[in-house]
Write a protein that binds this ligand. Structure first.
Ligand code: FAD
Length: 265
């Protein structure tokens, strides 16, 4: 096994390298176990590509690739699409200039102290928090896609992606149970941002101390007081979140200006 050099990073930043590595893994590894996409799977994949193509605040080369993939999926009236055709496009065999998705896994904020820890699942959370925040910051971004005017568009797409394609089936079942229970209460783009934050914290508390936990990154309620002191308050001796401050923090943390290009190749 290759010796990995630890990459210095800041907890207060989001790293583009994590999200690009996540997309690389998603398109070239996770999806590869589905030989053809059809029916509900194809619809789920199309909606996922729509949401990332429109909302991912990525580098131009990556956004161009996602937009080209979307145009291709929308223009082909096919009922089934072989995975190999998607892979060809993602690998840029069509030679459309300026499109590129790195074939490297370069975990930064998502690096683990052992190769089997963190990485891809961490990058998926990062990606979807970023997408819910981008949707709230740019409410017109999904215009003319069929997903506009639905404050739940990103979360429903995430829910279906996780339930259909995410390699961790148990995770998919847990996430589906949480969605079934409370997703219908979400009525605005801001509430969608907060819903995903709250559910991620529920997962963090369920997984604290589990074997899958990286000892170097113990599961904690997030954002911790060092990241956002004003998010935390006390009422009658008990900890409470100031959700207004949490929302503002999430919108800053997952905004374009806080995404570092460090370690992107
Ligand atoms: P992660 O939990 O992956 O978080 C990544 C980063 O997001 C953190 O470093 C932090 O910067 C930020 N963050 C943390 N909490 C929040 C928050 N509340 N809001 C916004 N940002 C936050 N594993 C299981 O073993 N069982 C499961 O049932 C399970 N379900 C999952 C469901 C989904 C949808 C996903 C994407 C993953 C699931 N996982 C599950 C994996 C697990 O949640 C972690 O991703 C994995 O253990 C790696 O943890 P991590 O330390 O990298 O931090």
């Amino acid at each position: 096994e290759e010796m990995e050099v630890w990459k210095e990073f800041e907890k207060s930043k989001v790293y583009m390298a994590d999200m690009e590595s996540g997309l690389h893994y998603l398109f070239r590894v996770e999806l590869a176990s589905h030989e053809t996409l059809e029916g509900e799977e194809l619809k789920t994949f199309k909606d996922f590509v729509t949401v990332v193509a429109k909302l991912f605040p990525g580098r131009q080369s990556v956004v161009k690739l996602l937009e080209t993939l979307l145009e291709w999926l929308v223009s082909l009236p096919l009922e089934r699409i072989p995975y190999d055709a998607i892979l060809d496009l993602v690998n840029n065999k069509m030679r459309i200039s300026g499109m590129f998705l790195s074939e490297q896994l370069q975990w930064v904020g998502c690096q683990g102290s052992r190769p089997e820890l963190r990485g891809y699942p961490c990058s998926l959370w990062t990606l979807f928090h970023t997408l819910t925040v981008q949707a709230a910051l740019r409410p017109d971004a999904l215009a003319n896609t069929g997903l506009e005017e639905d404050p739940l568009a990103v979360l429903q797409t995430m829910r279906r992606y996780i339930g259909t394609f995410f390699g961790c089936r148990e995770c998919g079942q847990h996430f589906e149970a949480m969605a079934k229970e409370s997703l219908q209460q979400v009525k605005s783009l801001d509430e969608a941002v907060l819903w995903l934050w709250r559910k991620h914290n529920q997962v963090n508390s369920r997984l604290a101390g589990a074997l899958s936990e990286d000892p170097r990154f113990p599961k904690a309620q997030w954002p911790t007081p060092d990241l956002c002191p004003t998010c935390h308050e006390e009422q009658e001796g008990l900890h409470v979140w100031n959700e207004e401050k949490v929302l503002a923090f999430l919108k800053q943390h997952y905004s374009t200006g806080n995404i570092s290009p460090k370690y992107t190749s």
